[in-house]
Design a protein around this ligand. Structure first.
Ligand code: KIV
Ligand code: NA
Length: 263
């Protein structure tokens, strides 16, 4: 099992970190067999698995349910669990309670929190009670309504300054890594060079210390995907073909064959 120190060392040694967002037993098992460095049980589960428009409705209990399944599928992989909207913004005490529950009930190794300066105190508190925290800057989907959509962040110089400043604040607060989502590669490079802790990019170019993609996106389960997603297979097409084949073979009396039948 990797530890937070392994991720720091990876950065020092210039070894890229790989992370995949996924939410259940079978996919976590495959990630572990493929030796992916880190699994993120993302609150993107709400959109990817449950068809919501945003991540806002996702609850702590739902995150725990999915993280437990992921841990069963990947017993030896470093697992980070997203703290969902409203589970850490109200009070530090709530954040400790919710993050503590997530750690206790799922056996994960760390939590992830979206935001910069405004969550620095919460991060400090969590780290002080022994909970490793991953930060998340740039496009922070829990703030989609405030951002006015899922858009690239850090386009203006002012925004870039703020994001860089937030990154420094997060490092000081004690995060062991930071996700950079949908920011120009130049900004991601600058942050990556400045920070001692690793950056993990999604839509942030190739200069970050690692890359994260959502399992269902990178395997092409959906018809369309954003620019920053590379589709490593056309999973949706393959599955649809298999399903059609099943229907056809049942209708034509081909399935089940003799080899699938008990005498
Ligand atoms: O929820 C998620 O999957 C994430 C990653 C895309 C970074 O936060
Ligand atoms: Na997330």
């Amino acid at each position: 099992m990797k530890t937070i120190h392994d991720f720091l060392r990876a950065k020092e040694e210039g070894k890229k970190i790989t992370m995949i967002s996924t939410y259940d037993y079978w996919s976590a098992r495959l990630c572990e067999k493929a030796e992916i460095d880190c699994i993120l049980v993302g609150d993107s589960v709400g959109m990817v698995v449950n068809g919501l428009d945003t991540t806002l409705p996702v609850t702590v209990d739902e995150m725990i349910y999915h993280a437990k399944a992921v841990r069963r599928g990947a017993p030896d992989t470093f697992i980070v669990v997203d703290m969902p909207f409203l589970s850490y913004q109200v009070k530090k005490e709530d954040a400790v309670y919710n993050a503590g529950r997530i750690m206790k009930e799922t056996g994960c190794n760390a939590v992830k929190i979206e935001g910069g300066e405004e969550v620095a105190e919460v991060i400090q508190k969590l780290v002080s009670v022994g909970i490793p925290v991953m930060g998340h800057l740039g496009l922070t989907p829990q703030s989609v309504h405030a951002l006015g959509g899922y858009k690239v962040q850090g386009k203006t110089e002012e925004e870039q300054k703020r994001i860089l400043r937030d990154a420094k604040i997060l490092e000081q607060a004690g995060v062991f890594a930071v996700v950079l989502e949908a920011v120009p590669s130049k900004l991601a490079k600058e942050i990556t060079e400045f920070l001692e802790v690793p950056t993990i990019g999604i839509g942030a170019g190739k200069e970050t210390d690692g890359q994260v993609l959502v399992f269902h996106d990178m395997l092409g389960f959906f018809d369309r995907s954003p620019k920053f997603v590379k589709r490593y297979m056309e999973g949706g097409r393959l599955i649809k073909e298999a399903l059609k084949n099943f229907k056809k073979e049942v209708q034509e009396g081909i399935f089940p064959g003799k080899e699938h039948t008990y005498d």
